[in-house]
Design a protein around this ligand. Structure first.
Ligand SMILES: O=C(O)C1=C[C@@H](OP(=O)(O)O)[C@@H](O)[C@H](O)C1
Ligand SMILES: C=C(OP(=O)(O)O)C(=O)O
Length: 449
Protein backbone atom coordinates (compact mmCIF):
# COMPACT_ATOMS: atom_id res chain seq x y z
CA UNK A 1 0.00 0.00 0.00
CA UNK A 2 1.40 3.45 -0.82
CA UNK A 3 1.80 5.73 2.15
CA UNK A 4 1.46 9.45 1.57
CA UNK A 5 4.52 11.47 2.50
CA UNK A 6 4.51 12.94 6.00
CA UNK A 7 2.80 16.28 6.47
CA UNK A 8 5.05 19.34 6.59
CA UNK A 9 5.38 21.25 9.86
CA UNK A 10 2.12 22.94 10.81
CA UNK A 11 3.78 26.34 10.46
CA UNK A 12 4.40 25.96 6.72
CA UNK A 13 2.94 28.92 4.86
CA UNK A 14 0.41 28.97 2.04
CA UNK A 15 1.21 27.43 -1.32
CA UNK A 16 2.38 29.84 -3.97
CA UNK A 17 -0.55 30.71 -6.19
CA UNK A 18 1.02 28.91 -9.16
CA UNK A 19 1.11 25.53 -7.42
CA UNK A 20 -1.76 23.35 -8.49
CA UNK A 21 -5.22 24.52 -9.43
CA UNK A 22 -6.13 27.53 -7.30
CA UNK A 23 -9.36 26.39 -5.67
CA UNK A 24 -11.85 29.27 -5.77
CA UNK A 25 -13.04 30.75 -2.49
CA UNK A 26 -16.74 31.50 -2.12
CA UNK A 27 -17.60 35.02 -1.08
CA UNK A 28 -21.32 34.83 -0.99
CA UNK A 29 -24.17 32.35 -1.04
CA UNK A 30 -24.46 29.98 -3.98
CA UNK A 31 -27.36 29.76 -6.36
CA UNK A 32 -26.48 27.13 -8.91
CA UNK A 33 -27.89 24.21 -10.83
CA UNK A 34 -25.49 21.44 -11.73
CA UNK A 35 -25.84 18.56 -14.18
CA UNK A 36 -23.49 15.70 -13.36
CA UNK A 37 -22.62 13.03 -15.92
CA UNK A 38 -23.57 9.35 -15.72
CA UNK A 39 -22.73 7.07 -12.83
CA UNK A 40 -19.37 5.33 -13.07
CA UNK A 41 -20.66 2.29 -11.22
CA UNK A 42 -23.74 1.92 -13.42
CA UNK A 43 -21.93 2.69 -16.68
CA UNK A 44 -19.28 0.05 -16.09
CA UNK A 45 -21.77 -2.58 -14.92
CA UNK A 46 -24.07 -1.92 -17.89
CA UNK A 47 -21.14 -2.09 -20.31
CA UNK A 48 -20.15 -5.50 -18.95
CA UNK A 49 -23.71 -6.81 -19.15
CA UNK A 50 -24.13 -5.41 -22.68
CA UNK A 51 -20.92 -7.21 -23.67
CA UNK A 52 -22.26 -10.51 -22.32
CA UNK A 53 -25.74 -10.05 -23.77
CA UNK A 54 -27.60 -12.08 -26.38
CA UNK A 55 -27.67 -9.22 -28.91
CA UNK A 56 -26.77 -5.58 -29.52
CA UNK A 57 -27.74 -3.03 -26.88
CA UNK A 58 -27.45 0.69 -26.15
CA UNK A 59 -26.42 2.79 -23.15
CA UNK A 60 -27.66 6.38 -23.04
CA UNK A 61 -26.27 9.00 -20.66
CA UNK A 62 -23.23 6.79 -20.12
CA UNK A 63 -20.27 8.30 -18.31
CA UNK A 64 -17.28 9.10 -20.51
CA UNK A 65 -14.31 9.36 -18.20
CA UNK A 66 -11.02 7.57 -17.74
CA UNK A 67 -12.63 4.65 -15.84
CA UNK A 68 -15.43 4.24 -18.38
CA UNK A 69 -13.08 4.55 -21.34
CA UNK A 70 -10.77 1.92 -19.85
CA UNK A 71 -13.75 -0.42 -19.53
CA UNK A 72 -14.71 0.27 -23.15
CA UNK A 73 -11.13 -0.33 -24.31
CA UNK A 74 -10.90 -3.57 -22.32
CA UNK A 75 -14.14 -4.90 -23.76
CA UNK A 76 -13.15 -3.89 -27.29
CA UNK A 77 -9.82 -5.69 -26.88
CA UNK A 78 -11.74 -8.80 -25.87
CA UNK A 79 -13.81 -8.68 -29.08
CA UNK A 80 -16.84 -6.59 -28.18
CA UNK A 81 -17.89 -3.77 -30.53
CA UNK A 82 -18.56 -0.50 -28.74
CA UNK A 83 -19.41 2.48 -30.95
CA UNK A 84 -20.57 5.99 -30.13
CA UNK A 85 -23.98 7.12 -31.32
CA UNK A 86 -25.01 10.73 -31.86
CA UNK A 87 -23.23 11.82 -28.65
CA UNK A 88 -20.25 10.35 -26.77
CA UNK A 89 -22.56 9.25 -23.97
CA UNK A 90 -24.66 7.12 -26.34
CA UNK A 91 -22.90 3.78 -26.70
CA UNK A 92 -23.97 0.94 -28.98
CA UNK A 93 -22.57 -2.37 -27.82
CA UNK A 94 -22.48 -5.48 -29.98
CA UNK A 95 -21.23 -8.61 -28.25
CA UNK A 96 -18.77 -10.83 -30.10
CA UNK A 97 -16.84 -13.99 -29.29
CA UNK A 98 -14.51 -13.13 -26.41
CA UNK A 99 -10.92 -13.93 -27.31
CA UNK A 100 -7.25 -13.46 -26.49
CA UNK A 101 -4.36 -12.91 -26.58
CA UNK A 102 -4.98 -9.34 -25.44
CA UNK A 103 -3.75 -6.81 -22.90
CA UNK A 104 -6.19 -5.00 -20.65
CA UNK A 105 -5.13 -1.72 -19.05
CA UNK A 106 -7.04 -1.21 -15.81
CA UNK A 107 -5.62 2.25 -15.12
CA UNK A 108 -6.58 2.87 -11.50
CA UNK A 109 -10.16 1.67 -11.97
CA UNK A 110 -11.42 -0.78 -9.37
CA UNK A 111 -14.40 -1.61 -11.58
CA UNK A 112 -12.15 -2.60 -14.48
CA UNK A 113 -9.64 -4.61 -12.47
CA UNK A 114 -12.39 -6.47 -10.51
CA UNK A 115 -15.17 -6.78 -13.13
CA UNK A 116 -13.17 -7.81 -16.21
CA UNK A 117 -11.20 -10.85 -14.91
CA UNK A 118 -14.40 -12.91 -14.44
CA UNK A 119 -15.34 -11.91 -18.03
CA UNK A 120 -11.85 -12.69 -19.34
CA UNK A 121 -12.23 -16.17 -17.86
CA UNK A 122 -14.89 -16.74 -20.55
CA UNK A 123 -12.53 -15.73 -23.36
CA UNK A 124 -10.75 -18.09 -25.64
CA UNK A 125 -7.11 -17.15 -25.07
CA UNK A 126 -4.76 -15.32 -22.79
CA UNK A 127 -5.74 -11.99 -21.21
CA UNK A 128 -3.01 -9.98 -19.50
CA UNK A 129 -4.10 -7.37 -16.95
CA UNK A 130 -2.04 -4.46 -15.67
CA UNK A 131 -2.64 -0.87 -14.60
CA UNK A 132 -1.15 2.26 -13.08
CA UNK A 133 1.60 1.94 -10.52
CA UNK A 134 -0.95 2.86 -7.84
CA UNK A 135 -3.23 0.08 -9.10
CA UNK A 136 -0.58 -2.53 -8.42
CA UNK A 137 -1.19 -2.20 -4.68
CA UNK A 138 -4.98 -2.38 -4.78
CA UNK A 139 -6.30 -5.68 -3.40
CA UNK A 140 -7.17 -8.33 -6.01
CA UNK A 141 -6.37 -11.62 -4.24
CA UNK A 142 -9.84 -12.81 -3.21
CA UNK A 143 -11.46 -12.44 -6.65
CA UNK A 144 -8.50 -14.11 -8.37
CA UNK A 145 -8.44 -16.93 -5.81
CA UNK A 146 -12.16 -17.41 -6.46
CA UNK A 147 -11.54 -17.74 -10.19
CA UNK A 148 -8.69 -20.17 -9.55
CA UNK A 149 -11.01 -22.22 -7.32
CA UNK A 150 -13.34 -22.43 -10.35
CA UNK A 151 -10.44 -23.96 -12.35
CA UNK A 152 -9.71 -20.77 -14.28
CA UNK A 153 -5.92 -20.55 -14.81
CA UNK A 154 -4.76 -17.30 -13.17
CA UNK A 155 -1.05 -16.49 -12.95
CA UNK A 156 1.22 -13.79 -11.59
CA UNK A 157 4.42 -13.08 -13.56
CA UNK A 158 6.26 -15.44 -11.15
CA UNK A 159 3.77 -18.20 -11.96
CA UNK A 160 2.07 -18.05 -8.55
CA UNK A 161 -1.49 -17.13 -7.69
CA UNK A 162 -1.50 -13.31 -7.85
CA UNK A 163 -2.84 -11.00 -5.16
CA UNK A 164 -2.38 -7.78 -7.16
CA UNK A 165 -1.91 -6.57 -10.73
CA UNK A 166 -0.25 -7.56 -13.03
CA UNK A 167 -1.62 -11.02 -13.77
CA UNK A 168 -2.72 -13.24 -16.63
CA UNK A 169 -5.92 -15.19 -17.14
CA UNK A 170 -5.77 -18.09 -19.58
CA UNK A 171 -9.37 -18.26 -20.70
CA UNK A 172 -10.67 -21.55 -22.08
CA UNK A 173 -13.83 -20.22 -23.68
CA UNK A 174 -16.07 -21.30 -20.82
CA UNK A 175 -16.15 -21.48 -17.02
CA UNK A 176 -17.65 -24.38 -15.10
CA UNK A 177 -19.05 -22.21 -12.33
CA UNK A 178 -20.77 -23.80 -9.34
CA UNK A 179 -19.99 -22.38 -5.95
CA UNK A 180 -17.19 -20.29 -4.48
CA UNK A 181 -16.20 -18.55 -1.24
CA UNK A 182 -14.74 -15.05 -1.32
CA UNK A 183 -13.57 -12.72 1.42
CA UNK A 184 -14.88 -9.38 0.21
CA UNK A 185 -14.04 -7.39 3.34
CA UNK A 186 -11.47 -5.36 1.34
CA UNK A 187 -13.85 -4.59 -1.54
CA UNK A 188 -17.44 -5.32 -2.47
CA UNK A 189 -16.25 -5.30 -6.07
CA UNK A 190 -14.96 -8.88 -5.66
CA UNK A 191 -18.55 -10.05 -5.23
CA UNK A 192 -19.96 -7.74 -7.93
CA UNK A 193 -17.39 -8.85 -10.50
CA UNK A 194 -18.14 -12.53 -10.00
CA UNK A 195 -21.91 -12.00 -10.06
CA UNK A 196 -21.84 -9.89 -13.25
CA UNK A 197 -20.30 -12.69 -15.35
CA UNK A 198 -21.90 -15.60 -13.51
CA UNK A 199 -24.98 -16.16 -15.68
CA UNK A 200 -22.63 -17.05 -18.53
CA UNK A 201 -20.86 -19.75 -16.48
CA UNK A 202 -21.98 -23.32 -17.31
CA UNK A 203 -23.55 -23.94 -13.89
CA UNK A 204 -24.14 -20.32 -12.91
CA UNK A 205 -22.51 -19.39 -9.63
CA UNK A 206 -23.16 -19.24 -5.90
CA UNK A 207 -20.91 -16.69 -4.20
CA UNK A 208 -20.54 -16.80 -0.43
CA UNK A 209 -18.81 -13.92 1.38
CA UNK A 210 -16.72 -15.36 4.22
CA UNK A 211 -15.04 -12.25 5.65
CA UNK A 212 -15.90 -10.40 8.85
CA UNK A 213 -17.23 -7.24 7.24
CA UNK A 214 -18.71 -6.41 3.86
CA UNK A 215 -18.41 -2.81 2.68
CA UNK A 216 -20.51 -0.99 0.08
CA UNK A 217 -23.68 -3.11 0.26
CA UNK A 218 -25.57 -0.65 -2.01
CA UNK A 219 -23.06 -1.44 -4.76
CA UNK A 220 -23.79 -5.16 -4.42
CA UNK A 221 -27.51 -4.39 -4.48
CA UNK A 222 -26.85 -2.36 -7.63
CA UNK A 223 -25.23 -5.42 -9.20
CA UNK A 224 -28.18 -7.63 -8.28
CA UNK A 225 -30.62 -5.06 -9.61
CA UNK A 226 -28.92 -4.59 -13.00
CA UNK A 227 -28.67 -8.38 -13.39
CA UNK A 228 -32.38 -8.80 -12.72
CA UNK A 229 -33.15 -6.02 -15.21
CA UNK A 230 -31.54 -8.13 -17.95
CA UNK A 231 -33.50 -11.22 -16.98
CA UNK A 232 -30.84 -12.96 -14.92
CA UNK A 233 -32.22 -14.91 -11.97
CA UNK A 234 -30.47 -13.93 -8.74
CA UNK A 235 -31.32 -15.22 -5.26
CA UNK A 236 -30.01 -12.89 -2.56
CA UNK A 237 -32.40 -14.06 0.15
CA UNK A 238 -29.65 -15.45 2.39
CA UNK A 239 -27.26 -13.05 4.14
CA UNK A 240 -23.91 -12.77 2.35
CA UNK A 241 -24.80 -15.47 -0.21
CA UNK A 242 -25.79 -14.78 -3.81
CA UNK A 243 -26.95 -17.39 -6.30
CA UNK A 244 -26.92 -16.52 -10.03
CA UNK A 245 -28.65 -19.02 -12.31
CA UNK A 246 -27.07 -19.77 -15.67
CA UNK A 247 -28.93 -18.24 -18.60
CA UNK A 248 -29.01 -15.55 -21.24
CA UNK A 249 -28.30 -11.91 -20.51
CA UNK A 250 -30.92 -9.84 -22.34
CA UNK A 251 -29.74 -7.01 -24.56
CA UNK A 252 -31.47 -3.69 -23.89
CA UNK A 253 -31.58 0.03 -24.41
CA UNK A 254 -30.91 1.64 -21.08
CA UNK A 255 -30.61 5.14 -19.59
CA UNK A 256 -27.77 5.62 -17.06
CA UNK A 257 -28.52 7.63 -13.89
CA UNK A 258 -26.31 10.61 -13.05
CA UNK A 259 -23.43 9.91 -10.66
CA UNK A 260 -24.75 10.85 -7.23
CA UNK A 261 -21.37 10.41 -5.53
CA UNK A 262 -19.94 12.97 -7.94
CA UNK A 263 -22.86 15.26 -7.11
CA UNK A 264 -21.79 15.18 -3.45
CA UNK A 265 -19.04 17.85 -3.51
CA UNK A 266 -21.28 20.26 -5.44
CA UNK A 267 -24.12 19.81 -2.96
CA UNK A 268 -21.65 20.05 -0.05
CA UNK A 269 -20.62 23.45 -1.44
CA UNK A 270 -24.01 24.86 -0.43
CA UNK A 271 -23.32 23.85 3.15
CA UNK A 272 -19.92 25.56 3.17
CA UNK A 273 -20.75 28.71 1.21
CA UNK A 274 -24.41 29.02 2.13
CA UNK A 275 -27.14 29.32 -0.48
CA UNK A 276 -28.58 26.59 -2.65
CA UNK A 277 -27.14 24.08 -5.08
CA UNK A 278 -29.46 21.96 -7.20
CA UNK A 279 -28.60 18.74 -9.03
CA UNK A 280 -30.82 17.69 -11.93
CA UNK A 281 -31.79 14.15 -12.90
CA UNK A 282 -31.87 12.89 -9.31
CA UNK A 283 -33.54 9.46 -9.45
CA UNK A 284 -36.67 8.80 -7.37
CA UNK A 285 -35.22 5.43 -6.37
CA UNK A 286 -31.65 4.21 -6.78
CA UNK A 287 -29.11 1.71 -5.51
CA UNK A 288 -26.33 4.31 -5.73
CA UNK A 289 -24.79 5.02 -2.30
CA UNK A 290 -25.00 8.69 -3.24
CA UNK A 291 -28.67 8.39 -2.27
CA UNK A 292 -27.37 8.96 1.27
CA UNK A 293 -26.03 12.42 0.38
CA UNK A 294 -29.15 14.48 1.27
CA UNK A 295 -29.49 12.79 4.66
CA UNK A 296 -25.77 13.14 5.41
CA UNK A 297 -25.72 16.81 4.50
CA UNK A 298 -28.84 17.38 6.61
CA UNK A 299 -27.07 15.79 9.58
CA UNK A 300 -24.32 18.41 9.08
CA UNK A 301 -26.72 21.35 9.00
CA UNK A 302 -28.20 21.55 5.48
CA UNK A 303 -31.78 21.28 4.36
CA UNK A 304 -32.48 19.09 1.37
CA UNK A 305 -35.56 18.59 -0.77
CA UNK A 306 -36.46 16.67 -3.89
CA UNK A 307 -38.82 18.39 -6.32
CA UNK A 308 -39.47 16.10 -9.27
CA UNK A 309 -35.99 15.07 -10.32
CA UNK A 310 -34.21 18.12 -8.90
CA UNK A 311 -32.44 17.72 -5.59
CA UNK A 312 -31.84 21.02 -3.78
CA UNK A 313 -29.48 21.45 -0.86
CA UNK A 314 -29.48 24.71 1.08
CA UNK A 315 -26.96 25.72 3.72
CA UNK A 316 -26.20 28.70 5.92
CA UNK A 317 -22.41 28.45 5.82
CA UNK A 318 -22.37 26.75 9.21
CA UNK A 319 -21.33 23.11 9.23
CA UNK A 320 -22.03 20.75 12.14
CA UNK A 321 -19.66 17.90 13.01
CA UNK A 322 -21.00 14.33 12.70
CA UNK A 323 -20.38 10.84 14.01
CA UNK A 324 -21.18 8.66 11.03
CA UNK A 325 -20.68 5.10 9.80
CA UNK A 326 -19.83 5.24 6.08
CA UNK A 327 -19.30 1.50 5.62
CA UNK A 328 -22.04 1.40 3.00
CA UNK A 329 -20.91 4.53 1.18
CA UNK A 330 -17.14 4.85 1.46
CA UNK A 331 -17.07 6.88 -1.76
CA UNK A 332 -18.66 9.76 0.14
CA UNK A 333 -16.02 9.83 2.90
CA UNK A 334 -13.64 12.32 1.24
CA UNK A 335 -16.45 14.88 0.83
CA UNK A 336 -17.67 14.36 4.39
CA UNK A 337 -14.08 14.64 5.68
CA UNK A 338 -13.70 17.98 3.90
CA UNK A 339 -16.91 19.24 5.51
CA UNK A 340 -15.75 17.92 8.88
CA UNK A 341 -12.54 19.95 8.60
CA UNK A 342 -14.72 23.08 8.26
CA UNK A 343 -17.29 22.18 10.91
CA UNK A 344 -17.92 23.83 14.27
CA UNK A 345 -17.51 20.60 16.26
CA UNK A 346 -15.45 17.38 15.96
CA UNK A 347 -16.44 14.53 13.64
CA UNK A 348 -15.86 10.82 13.62
CA UNK A 349 -16.03 8.84 10.36
CA UNK A 350 -16.33 5.10 11.03
CA UNK A 351 -16.57 1.80 9.14
CA UNK A 352 -14.18 2.77 6.34
CA UNK A 353 -10.99 0.77 6.95
CA UNK A 354 -11.34 -0.51 3.38
CA UNK A 355 -10.58 2.99 2.07
CA UNK A 356 -6.93 2.09 2.66
CA UNK A 357 -7.20 0.05 -0.57
CA UNK A 358 -8.89 2.71 -2.69
CA UNK A 359 -7.19 4.92 -5.32
CA UNK A 360 -4.72 5.72 -2.56
CA UNK A 361 -4.77 4.98 1.17
CA UNK A 362 -7.54 7.53 1.61
CA UNK A 363 -7.44 7.56 5.41
CA UNK A 364 -3.73 8.40 5.45
CA UNK A 365 -4.09 10.83 2.55
CA UNK A 366 -7.02 12.74 4.10
CA UNK A 367 -5.35 12.90 7.53
CA UNK A 368 -2.08 14.10 5.98
CA UNK A 369 -3.60 16.74 3.75
CA UNK A 370 -6.06 18.16 6.29
CA UNK A 371 -3.11 18.39 8.69
CA UNK A 372 -1.06 20.12 6.00
CA UNK A 373 -3.71 22.88 5.91
CA UNK A 374 -3.39 23.35 9.67
CA UNK A 375 -6.28 21.06 10.61
CA UNK A 376 -6.37 18.17 13.02
CA UNK A 377 -7.22 14.79 11.55
CA UNK A 378 -6.23 11.44 12.98
CA UNK A 379 -6.59 7.97 11.58
CA UNK A 380 -8.37 5.42 13.71
CA UNK A 381 -8.52 1.66 13.12
CA UNK A 382 -11.50 2.06 10.84
CA UNK A 383 -11.77 5.73 9.99
CA UNK A 384 -10.92 9.30 10.89
CA UNK A 385 -11.40 11.70 13.78
CA UNK A 386 -11.39 15.29 12.58
CA UNK A 387 -11.24 18.19 15.01
CA UNK A 388 -11.84 21.58 13.43
CA UNK A 389 -9.01 24.10 13.68
CA UNK A 390 -8.37 27.30 11.74
CA UNK A 391 -7.05 26.29 8.33
CA UNK A 392 -4.60 28.05 6.03
CA UNK A 393 -3.82 27.70 2.34
CA UNK A 394 -1.26 25.20 1.07
CA UNK A 395 -0.84 22.75 -1.78
CA UNK A 396 -3.25 19.85 -1.15
CA UNK A 397 -1.74 16.65 -2.55
CA UNK A 398 -4.15 14.37 -4.39
CA UNK A 399 -2.25 11.06 -4.88
CA UNK A 400 -3.94 10.43 -8.28
CA UNK A 401 -7.24 10.26 -6.38
CA UNK A 402 -10.18 12.09 -7.97
CA UNK A 403 -11.99 12.34 -4.66
CA UNK A 404 -8.99 13.91 -2.90
CA UNK A 405 -9.13 16.65 -5.54
CA UNK A 406 -12.85 17.30 -5.13
CA UNK A 407 -12.44 17.35 -1.31
CA UNK A 408 -9.75 19.98 -1.61
CA UNK A 409 -12.11 22.09 -3.72
CA UNK A 410 -14.73 21.91 -0.95
CA UNK A 411 -12.19 23.10 1.65
CA UNK A 412 -10.97 25.80 -0.72
CA UNK A 413 -14.42 27.38 -0.75
CA UNK A 414 -13.73 28.57 2.80
CA UNK A 415 -9.91 28.65 2.97
CA UNK A 416 -8.04 31.07 0.69
CA UNK A 417 -4.88 29.80 -0.98
CA UNK A 418 -5.70 26.11 -1.34
CA UNK A 419 -3.87 24.72 -4.36
CA UNK A 420 -5.07 21.38 -5.71
CA UNK A 421 -2.30 19.20 -7.06
CA UNK A 422 -3.16 17.61 -10.41
CA UNK A 423 -6.83 18.57 -10.50
CA UNK A 424 -6.93 16.69 -13.81
CA UNK A 425 -7.00 13.46 -11.81
CA UNK A 426 -10.74 14.09 -11.49
CA UNK A 427 -10.99 12.79 -15.08
CA UNK A 428 -11.10 9.31 -13.54
CA UNK A 429 -14.83 9.80 -13.09
CA UNK A 430 -15.60 13.49 -13.73
CA UNK A 431 -13.71 15.09 -16.63
CA UNK A 432 -14.03 18.87 -16.59
CA UNK A 433 -14.55 19.05 -12.83
CA UNK A 434 -12.58 22.29 -12.37
CA UNK A 435 -14.63 24.07 -15.05
CA UNK A 436 -17.92 22.82 -13.58
CA UNK A 437 -16.84 24.01 -10.12
CA UNK A 438 -15.80 27.43 -11.40
CA UNK A 439 -19.09 27.79 -13.29
CA UNK A 440 -21.06 26.88 -10.16
CA UNK A 441 -19.35 29.75 -8.34
CA UNK A 442 -19.26 32.27 -11.18
CA UNK A 443 -22.95 31.67 -11.95
CA UNK A 444 -23.71 32.47 -8.31
CA UNK A 445 -21.54 35.61 -8.41
CA UNK A 446 -19.66 34.09 -5.47
CA UNK A 447 -16.17 33.34 -6.70
CA UNK A 448 -12.86 34.98 -5.91
CA UNK A 449 -9.38 33.54 -5.75
O1 LIG B 1 -18.92 -1.55 -7.38
C1 LIG B 1 -18.67 -0.34 -7.52
O2 LIG B 1 -19.01 0.28 -8.53
C2 LIG B 1 -17.98 0.35 -6.43
C3 LIG B 1 -17.90 -0.23 -5.20
C4 LIG B 1 -17.19 0.42 -4.07
O3 LIG B 1 -15.96 -0.25 -3.93
P1 LIG B 1 -15.40 -0.83 -2.52
O4 LIG B 1 -16.38 -1.82 -2.03
O5 LIG B 1 -14.08 -1.39 -2.91
O6 LIG B 1 -15.30 0.37 -1.61
C5 LIG B 1 -16.97 1.90 -4.31
O7 LIG B 1 -16.14 2.44 -3.34
C6 LIG B 1 -16.41 2.13 -5.69
O8 LIG B 1 -16.18 3.50 -5.91
C7 LIG B 1 -17.39 1.67 -6.73
C1 LIG C 1 -13.15 3.73 -4.75
C2 LIG C 1 -13.43 4.33 -5.91
O1 LIG C 1 -13.15 3.86 -7.17
P1 LIG C 1 -12.86 2.41 -7.76
O2 LIG C 1 -14.04 2.08 -8.62
O3 LIG C 1 -11.60 2.58 -8.57
O4 LIG C 1 -12.68 1.44 -6.61
C3 LIG C 1 -14.09 5.65 -5.94
O5 LIG C 1 -14.48 6.09 -7.05
O6 LIG C 1 -14.26 6.28 -4.88
Amino acid sequence: MTTPPPAPPATESSAPADEGWAAPTAHGPLDATVEVPGSKSLTNRLLVLAALADGPGTLRGALRSRDADLMIAGLRALGVEVVEGSTPSELHVTPGPLRGPVDVDCGLAGTVMRFLPPVAALADGTVRFDGDEGARVRPMGPVLAALAALDVPVEAPDGRLPTTLPFTIRGRGHVRGGSVDVDASASSQFVSGLLLAAARYDQGLTVRHVGRTLPSMPHIEMTVEVLREVGVVVDDSRPAIWRVEPGPVAARDVQVEPDLSNAAPFLAAALVAGGTVRVTGWPAATTQPGAMVPELLESMGATASLDGDVLSVTGTGEVRGVDVDLHAAGELAPTIAALAALADSPSRLRGIAHLRGHETDRLAALATEITRLGGQAEETRDGLVITPRPLHGALFRTYHDHRMATSAAVIGLRVPGVGVENVGTTAKTLPGFAGMWERMLAGSGAATR
